[in-house]
Write a protein that binds this ligand. Structure first.
Ligand code: CAA
Length: 378
């Protein structure tokens, strides 16, 4: 594994860091009040950030996967909400079409998504099919040139704001992972209904909704891949998606660590900065060690992916460890801040609220352990 970042990757880091600090940081308060960051996403589209790893022939920036991971990492240092919007849009909202779609589907949708003219979303989870994704019940019945979709999806990131949705539904009578197919569904499809807007603990500014399909007629040409291939399409794209969530977690953890270091040098108690106490210094040392390890796992998974090597196990390890790190480091950062850390006057309480979901979505920590152990034992 090569841990040396290329000049292009370093430029990406500098560019996204500048953008996040100058354009996103002043907007955080509005997002915390629930505003969806449309203007920020528009600017990100203009900078080529909405299609970083998408080939230029499909309207993307044609950069490597590591550059994309750098962008999510840097954006999430400032706003984990923006980090997840980009991650879902790219890894699971665009890539299923790019990797499994027909040439017509790619030409129709990918350039718009890659340029940020469209926002993408991913509809796998259902009220009774979360970790057990293969038990989903949404049905797609072929009728002439259309599939008629009926069912409900929950916790759809970017839902209501997105223009296209990668939707998983049953096309056959087979149980489990067989008989599931993937479709691109456009937001103005009749019978496609946006439901409850979830009021979340964190990630304010990122929108999460329920979606119902009531006799929604989706053109047959919007089937991605073949009938019955849907579960594999979901899983294959989640592999890469999980590296994105690891990078998001890393961004949160790094931000929490940086704030804790800064504050521990400023805050004086007993006549000296609190950083002068080993109790604080050791805490910072543990936090920094975890962040470093999370960084290595995350960029290792990205490196494998860039080099065409299997990365499912490493992606799950990165997601498992980095999300745990985000939670630990954000918790300890609040401890360093003491009572002030528990108030909304400082950002560490936001990092804490944003970190928790990283252990849940795109597969809980328990699911990551299942994936890792399956790889170890096969
Ligand atoms: N790539 C390609 N194919 C894969 C695969 C992968 N990574 N993983 C599994 N498959 C294939 C298997 O090879 C198998 O195929 P065959 O039957 O032909 O052998 C088939 O899929 C079924 O595999 P499993 O028997 O392993 O499936 P399972 O039912 O036991 O489930 C699971 C496995 C890992 C638990 C899976 O259900 C899972 O990942 N659950 C978590 C769901 C999840 O991550 N949801 C995220 C929602 S999206 C989101 O959160 C976005 C957001 O908002 C941020």
């Amino acid at each position: 594994m090569n841990l040396h970042f290329t000049e292009e990757q370093q430029m990406m880091r500098r560019m996204v860091r500048d953008f996040a600090e100058s354009e996103i940081a002043p907007y955080i308060e509005k997002m915390e009040e629930g505003e969806f960051p449309r203007d920020i996403l528009k600017k990100m589209g203009e900078l080529g950030l909405m299609g970083i790893p998408i080939p230029e022939e499909y309207g993307g920036s044609g950069m490597d996967f590591t550059s994309y991971i750098i962008a999510i990492h840097e954006l999430s240092r400032v706003s984990a909400a923006i980090g997840v919007i980009l991650s879902v849009h790219t890894s699971v909202g665009t890539n299923p079409i790019l990797y499994f779609g027909t040439e017509e589907q790619k030409k129709k949708y990918v350039p718009k998504l890659a340029k940020g003219e469209y926002l993408g979303a991913f509809c796998l989870t259902e009220p009774s099919a979360g970790s057990d994704a293969a038990s989903l019940k949404t049905k797609a019945v072929k009728q002439g040139d259309y599939y008629k979709l009926n069912g409900s999806k929950v916790f759809i990131t970017n839902g209501g704001e997105a223009d296209t949705y990668i939707v998983f539904a049953r096309t056959g009578d087979e149980k489990g992972s067989k008989g599931i197919s993937a479709f691109v569904v456009e937001k103005d499809t009749p019978g496609f209904i946006i439901g409850k807007d979830e009021k979340k603990m964190g990630l304010h500014g990122s929108r999460t909704v329920q979606i119902t399909f009531e006799d929604a007629l989706v053109p047959a040409e919007n089937l991605i891949g073949e009938e019955g291939q849907g579960f594999k399409i979901a899983m294959a794209n989640l592999d890469a998606g999980r590296i994105g969530i690891a990078a998001q977690s890393l961004g949160i953890a790094e931000a929490a660590l940086e704030h804790a270091i800064f504050y521990s040098k400023e805050r004086r108690q007993f006549g000296k900065p609190i950083a002068a106490n080993q109790g604080i210094g050791f805490k910072l040392a543990d936090m920094a060690t975890q962040v470093e390890a999370a960084k290595l796992l995350t960029y290792q998974a990205a490196y494998l992916r860039d080099n065409g090597q299997p990365c499912g196990k490493e992606a799950s390890m990165a997601k498992l460890f980095a999300s745990q790190t985000a939670m630990n480091v954000a918790t300890e950062a609040i401890q360093v801040y003491g009572g002030y850390g528990y108030t909304k006057d400082y950002p560490v309480e936001r990092f804490f609220r944003d970190a928790k979901i990283c252990q849940i979505y795109e597969g809980t920590s328990e699911i990551q352990r299942i994936v890792i152990s399956k790889h170890l034992l096969k």
